[in-house]
Design a protein. Sequence first.
Length: 203
Amino acid sequence: MFDKELSLQEYFYIGYLYLIALGVVSDAIFYGIFGVSYLNYTTILDALISPISLLVNNWHISIFLALMFWLMQMYFSKWMFKLYAYLRVKKWYKKIYNIEKWDKKYAELEKKKNNPSGLMFIFFLLFVSMRTGMGIGTKQRVNTKEVVPNYTLVFKDNTKLDVKKVGQNSAYFFYFIPGEKVITATPIAENLKQIKVLKKEKK
């Protein structure tokens, strides 16, 4: 991938498909942890916007992800080769591994160390792993602690419900009702009149 020079339109198309794949896979895993088949609730536009929205609206996640990406990129582009150069001259290492064979492998890897497709794959793994961790962490908190509402939903019949938001896309609002352990998905356009953020109580 990217062995030949691509046009701006081709880069745009690859980026478009990459963001869709990233959004679909990460959200499907995240909501799948709660037993929700997210693909039944999403669209291509939702999948495209999801990774961007998550990073823009959560600066601490963006900083953490950027730091992890930088560390992994540095490892695979520099530190890994320095570590191998240090180990390959050790007698015990030579007894365990075929140095000539591994020299060839590391030479091939060094040629590809700044390959954009490799960097995209690293970011993909990091993002999906992060979303998986977020899902597992949220589920554990819901199972072990009382659900604390952070949003008020005002329905079209003017009834109100305080809920714990889990996520949202263009068509659905996903939340926990206090006392329940199962996610509820409510169509926004059909059922909701307002979505209000609850103010945190000062301790």
